[in-house]
Design a protein around this ligand. Structure first.
Ligand code: SF4
Length: 151
C-alpha cells in the first residue's frame, strides 16, 4: 500500500502504534490478581497510605485515626472516600478492565491510579484528594499516560 506522503515510514508508524496500544491497555493490576494483592497489601501497610478500613462494617478506630491524621472530624473523614477521590477510576473503559462483579451493598470497585490496585468506593486512605471519581475515558487515559512507567 502506498501512502500519499512518500516519506511516510509505515513500519515506524505501526511500531509506534503497537507501543501506544500496549501502553493504553488495561492496567496490569486489573488483570493480575497477584500484583493487585501485592499493591493493595502495600497500601494497607504503608504509614503514609493506610488503605482501609478492612471491614467497612467494623471499622474499629480507622476513621478516628485518619481524622486525627488529617486534623479534622470523624464525620468529615468519613466523607473523604475512594468513591470521591481524584484517583478513583470508574470510567467505562476501566469498567471493561474489571474482571467480574464490581459492586456490592457498600459500593463498588474502581482502579486507584495513585497506588495501582482495585480499591473500594467505601474505603479511603491517607493520600485521598478531592476531585473524583474519574468517569470519563479521556481522563482515565490521561492518568494512564502520566503513569506509563508504573502500569
Ligand atoms: S482512590 Fe484515592 S483514597 Fe482510594 S486508595 Fe486510591 S488514593 Fe487512596
Amino acid at each position: 500500500m502506498k501512502h500519499k506522503d512518500m516519506n511516510f515510514d509505515y513500519k515506524k508508524y505501526l511500531a509506534e502504534r503497537k507501543l501506544y496500544e500496549a501502553a493504553m491497555a488495561c492496567p496490569t493490576a486489573t488483570q493480575n490478581l497477584e500484583l493487585n494483592t501485592k499493591n493493595r497489601d502495600a497500601a494497607i501497610k504503608a504509614d503514609y497510605i493506610k488503605y482501609g478500613p478492612l471491614n467497612v462494617d467494623e471499622p474499629g478506630d480507622y476513621w478516628k485515626d485518619i481524622a486525627e491524621y488529617w486534623n479534622t472530624t470523624e464525620e468529615a473523614a468519613k466523607k473523604s472516600l475512594c468513591g470521591n477521590c481524584v484517583a478513583f477510576d470508574i470510567s467505562p473503559r476501566m469498567d471493561e478492565c474489571m474482571p467480574g462483579k464490581t459492586s456490592d451493598e457498600d459500593g463498588r470497585l474502581g482502579y486507584c491510579w495513585m497506588h495501582h490496585f482495585k480499591c473500594h468506593s467505601a474505603r479511603s486512605c491517607r493520600t485521598w484528594a478531592k476531585g473524583g471519581p474519574i468517569t470519563k475515558d479521556s481522563i482515565s487515559y490521561d492518568w494512564q499516560e502520566r503513569n506509563s512507567d508504573k502500569v
